[in-house]
Design a protein around this ligand. Structure first.
Ligand code: NAP
Length: 244
């Protein structure tokens, strides 16, 4: 039986284990998916030693960037993004990939309206980098909103004035704000400045309908949540682990 898993710090509410366990049961696949919850990446060699049958694993918060230096090779797309969320174990070597890029690229396409030129990505972590890479490749100009802006492309939330909100017709929440159990929270945007020309994409998938999405829709903006992307990135990981 093959083993797959998820490496991260706090996995009690993770989606992946349930998703893959259901997939294995439904598709009669003799495999298991384990949570490798660890407070430090230094435990990775021990995890690998303990599970010699491990074919691959996903990587989640807060290790998507720090894992890179522990890998033998990194796919060019993941290298460009600077974050890895999928590792394939092959002949004892660890190869890193980023399937968030695939998941976001394929889930955003149906919503990209003609003439959308500028996008604002909320957050500056691994998911934000994957989202920005996709949008840049699709020809959009990307800026980030950050609590601690440190680069010219970063804006403070307090800088999101009428002009900025008119400019950024696409806004992507790539922060964990609004995730269960803190479901009443939402990123600090001037929601009253949204219009039907705006589209807001929330990477948060639990809950499926976030307060961010509800507030945007109340002002006529289009919205989508993170569940489709999540399923797409999980299936892409499966393809990578199994060489399809
Ligand atoms: P992360 O590395 O922890 O980064 C999140 C970023 O959000 C941080 O860099 C930070 O940027 C900002 N942030 C964190 N806490 C915040 C707070 N309380 N208020 C405002 N901003 C905050 O996480 P990640 O891996 O990039 O993931 C971000 C979110 O996307 C998570 O909820 C994750 O579950 C979700 N996600 C979903 C999918 C999917 O398939 N749907 C895939 C990947 C990730 P600043 O410090 O610059 O403000």
């Amino acid at each position: 039986m093959h083993t797959y898993g998820l490496l991260g710090k706090n996995l009690s509410h993770s989606f992946s284990r349930q998703y893959f366990s259901d997939k294995f049961a439904n598709e009669h696949i003799a495999a298991e998916y384990l949570n490798f919850e660890t407070g430090s990446l230094t435990s990775l060699p021990d995890i690998l030693k303990k599970h010699p049958e491990l074919k691959g694993f996903n990587v989640t918060i807060p290790y998507k960037e720090d894992i890179i230096e522990m890998l033998d090779d990194v796919d060019p797309e993941a290298k460009a993004v600077g974050a890895v969320n999928t590792v394939k174990v092959t002949h004892g070597k660890l190869i890193g990939y980023n399937t968030d890029v695939f998941g976001f690229a394929n889930s955003i396409k149906p919503f990209l309206a003609h003439g959308m030129e500028y996008a604002l990505v909320l957050g500056t972590g691994g998911a934000a980098k994957a989202v920005a890479s996709v949008l840049t490749n699709l020809g959009l100009r990307v800026s980030f909103a950050s609590r601690n802006p440190s680069k010219p492309s970063h804006l403070a939330y307090s800088e999101l004035n009428v002009y900025a909100m008119r400019t950024f017709k696409l806004i992507v929440n790539a922060t964990p704000v609004g995730t269960w159990p803190e479901v009443e929270q939402k990123p600090a945007l001037p929601y009253h400045m949204l219009t039907p020309e705006h589209f807001l994409y929330d990477l948060v998938y639990n809950p499926e309908e976030t307060v961010f999405m509800k507030a945007a829709r109340a002002h006529g903006a289009g919205t989508t949540g993170g569940l489709t992307m999540l399923k797409m990135q999980a299936e892409k990981s499966w393809e990578i682990w199994n060489g399809k």
